[in-house]
Design a protein around this ligand. Structure first.
Ligand code: NAD
Length: 446
């Protein structure tokens, strides 16, 4: 179906905006560092809709989550006291398949943040052509402050509360910030006990001994690395000896820094929520990893100098990989960011206002929905392997991951060049068009 057909069909369907749900969806990019992830996500969608020429009704349909659930998650603490968290699960779009998206544990989680992350998952799955819609979940807990037993109880209670809307054919959670394969094992067990039989396909990012996939734990970082190397080469920067800084030293940032180093990139700085460290000769990740395992943070590492956390973003490097949280590159600091290439390991690290500054300065930004899609690709592989009860080896997984990532990279680069768009606009337009096509082919029920 062509763009014009879709635009025409959308007009014919005349899906009108739902009052009050889309007040700022078509707004121009916000020029304030205080823009929220949801405002950023809606602004990016608005720009793509402008290119595609869709009706306001179809725009509204694509901007509005299909289903949202907010739940109370009470916890009986180890000392006998009780506290209460709020949990969310947002299913943004289901037109291309079951909802798919991570579960975040962070005291900063809000419903609007989860809505933004769910929307980005929809575009990511469509762009990489994995047969899922987008979802996200969150619980307002700081996992560092609770014991494993407490986290297990929170996870099981949250899972029970959202049980009616998740399932291997409905909505499949995975790890995100603050959660890991152990969290996924608890979700799988809680779901399975409730339905009465073992259901490995309820989550991805599980331990391998429970049906997880080889290569899932490092998939996002491997994908980020494939894209970063392709982007450096695209910009004419020699990979060997190129310099890089990585913000965030968790599941994505740590392995991305290691894989980049393995590829010959000199990673001179990394950070976590406590601070940053810098070594102009490149960091030794074996020693830094041991330091973090012992202390829980990168600061204090004797093989590097301390660096103010936000200064990492402004280092004179070839490659910057934000791999922590949303909104870190914004109108207030974009002009000081000098990296030639920015590859988004995190979801939503760059505001539309910062995007405009980077475009004006000739810096290449590879958007999250492309750059960090390795995780959902191997989640899809895990789901396929589980459904077939036949598992691939690590080399097969990594080869298929690289093929998919690089095919999407070339598609986005070619489309951006042909239409004179930024990589983010090209990726979003390609993804939104696929989701809109699925909607229009399915039609509106009733
Ligand atoms: P994680 O919880 O494993 O690690 C997060 C890291 O970021 C930690 O090192 C933390 O200390 C650091 N951090 C937090 N706030 C920071 C700040 N203000 N400045 C610097 N560092 C800060 O989480 P993760 O799974 O690595 O996820 C990181 C990002 O990648 C998130 O945006 C997430 O949505 C995105 N992402 C993750 C996956 C995945 O498979 N885990 C896939 C796609 C995208």
């Amino acid at each position: 179906m062509s763009l014009l057909d879709i635009a025409t069909a959308a007009t014919t369907l005349d899906i009108r905006p739902i009052a009050g749900t889309l007040t700022d969806a078509t707004a121009t990019p916000l020029a304030t560092p205080l823009a929220t992830p949801l405002e950023d996500a809606r602004s990016q969608l608005g720009a793509a809709i402008g290119v595609l020429g869709y009706s306001s009704g179809l725009h509204s349909l694509l901007a509005t989550p299909r289903r949202e659930l907010t739940v109370a998650v009470p916890l009986r603490r180890d000392d006998g006291s009780t506290c209460l968290f709020t949990g969310y699960r947002v299913q943004h779009n289901l037109s291309r398949g079951p909802a798919k998206g991570g579960l975040r544990y962070s005291p900063h989680v809000t419903l609007d943040e989860v809505r933004a992350l769910a929307m980005w998952m929809t575009w990511k799955c469509a762009l990489l052509d994995v047969p899922y819609g987008g979802a996200k979940g969150g619980v307002t807990i700081d996992p560092r402050l609770f014991s494993q037993a407490e986290l297990e109880r929170v996870t099981r209670r949250y899972t029970s509360e959202i049980l009616p809307i998740i399932g291997p054919e409905k909505d499949i959670p995975a790890p995100d910030m603050g959660t890991d394969e152990r969290t996924m094992a608890w979700i799988m067990d809680t779901y399975s006990v409730n339905v009465g039989y073992t259901v490995p396909g309820i989550v991805t990012g599980k331990p391998i001994s429970l049906g997880g996939s080889h290569g899932r734990a490092s998939a996002t970082s491997r994908g980020v690395t494939h894209i970063a190397l392709a982007a450096l080469t695209h910009r004419g920067i020699r990979v060997h000896g190129a310099t890089a800084a990585v913000q965030g030293f968790g599941k994505v940032g740590h392995d991305a820094a290691v894989f980049l180093t393995d590829a010959g990139v000199r990673v001179v700085a990394v950070s976590d929520q406590y601070g940053a460290v810098y070594n102009a000769r490149g960091l030794d990740f074996d020693r830094l990893g041991a330091h973090v395992a012992a202390t829980g943070r990168v600061v204090g590492f004797d093989g590097a100098e301390p660096l103010g956390g936000d200064l990492l973003l402004e280092l004179d490097v070839d490659l910057l990989v934000p791999a922590a949280v949303e909104g870190v590159l914004h109108a207030g600091n974009a002009a000081r960011v000098t990296a030639r290439v920015i590859v988004e390991g995190a979801n939503g690290p760059t505001s539309p206002a910062a995007d405009a500054v980077f475009a004006a300065n000739g810096q290449l930004v590879v958007p999250d929905i492309l750059a960090n899609a390795g995780g959902v690709i191997v989640s899809y592989f895990e789901w396929v392997q589980g459904n077939q009860a036949y598992w691939w080896n690590a080399a097969e997984v990594e080869q298929k991951l690289a093929e998919r990532m690089l095919a999407a990279w070339h598609q986005v680069v070619d489309y951006a060049a042909a239409r004179d768009l930024s990589l983010r606009a090209a990726a979003t337009v390609l993804a939104v068009e696929r989701v809109a096509e699925a909607h229009l082919l399915r039609g509106l029920y009733p």
